[in-house]
Write a protein that binds this ligand. Structure first.
Ligand code: C5P
Length: 242
């Protein structure tokens, strides 16, 4: 490590400086599967396998902590072993909310870590180019960087069934993961109240942290329904010529 081309803070640091947290502990009720979403089949293997393999082979990531659903820790460990995902240092039990799962995983991140990348297993197509752009923007002027996509639809604030405001969509982005943070402000944010947090950046923002947005990637869309899973499976199988 150490000799990387991008200008981010990780460049000159020693090994084990960039950790990834892969949150995979959701129930995935909207998927209608008999198992947690991370273990639903994507192109013939558990959904979790895709992002785990990609993060493990990323030159930007030094170590990985996985948050697994309760009772699914062992299958997660076995999957990491099968994939020879050698950067996985711990598999923790997820919490009742995404934020609690991140907090549980953060407890296993080394105190030596400079940067922590948090990613949803539900977004399988994470790629190195996005990770490189995130880390490149984490240049000391901000505490975190998130990928975001412009909002295409008109967005309205509604109370009961009445519109109270049409929001200026030019000022809005739909935020994805992976999200990259300096370890210290991320830890500080997770030491506080986690209520209502739907992503990590919102907790960092709540503590007064600065979060930058880079251009997101439509391929990072979250798998939510059985249709999402089916479409993505087809794509992956076609790509592999299966
Ligand atoms: O539920 P949703 O799809 O928004 O979850 C986003 C990510 O957070 C998923 O990868 C899911 O596994 C994870 N999660 C978690 N622990 C929870 C809820 C969600 O790790 N309690």
């Amino acid at each position: 490590m150490g000799e990387r081309d991008s200008p981010g803070v990780v460049r000159e640091e020693s090994a084990q400086s960039t950790w990834a947290i892969l949150v995979a502990a959701g129930t995935g009720e909207r998927l209608g599967s008999d198992r947690p979403k991370a273990f639903a089949a994507l192109a013939g293997r558990p959904l979790l396998a895709e992002s785990l393999e990609r993060l493990d082979s990323s030159e930007w990531i030094d170590a990985i902590v996985v948050a697994a659903p309760p009772e699914w820790e062992e299958p997660a460990i076995l999957l990491a072993e099968e994939l020879v995902a050698s950067k996985v240092t711990a598999v923790v039990t997820g919490g009742a909310t995404r934020a609690e799962s991140v907090r549980n995983a953060l407890a296993e991140v080394s105190q030596e870590a400079l940067v922590v990348l948090v990613h949803d297993a539900a977004r399988p197509l994470v790629d190195d180019a996005t990770i490189e752009r995130l880390l490149g923007r984490l240049d000391g002027s901000v505490d975190g960087v998130v990928p975001g996509l412009a909002v295409q639809d008109t967005v309205k604030r509604v109370e009961h069934d009445l519109v109270v405001e049409t929001v200026d969509r030019d000022a809005l982005v739909a935020v994805q993961t992976p999200q990259a943070f300096l370890a210290e402000p991320l830890r500080a944010a997770f030491a506080g109240d986690l209520a209502g947090a739907t992503d990590c950046a919102s907790l960092v923002e709540r503590e007064g942290g600065r979060v930058a947005v880079i251009e997101g990637d439509p391929d990072l869309a979250k798998v939510t329904t059985a249709d999402d899973l089916e479409r993505l499976s087809q794509r992956l199988l076609e790509r592999e010529g299966r």
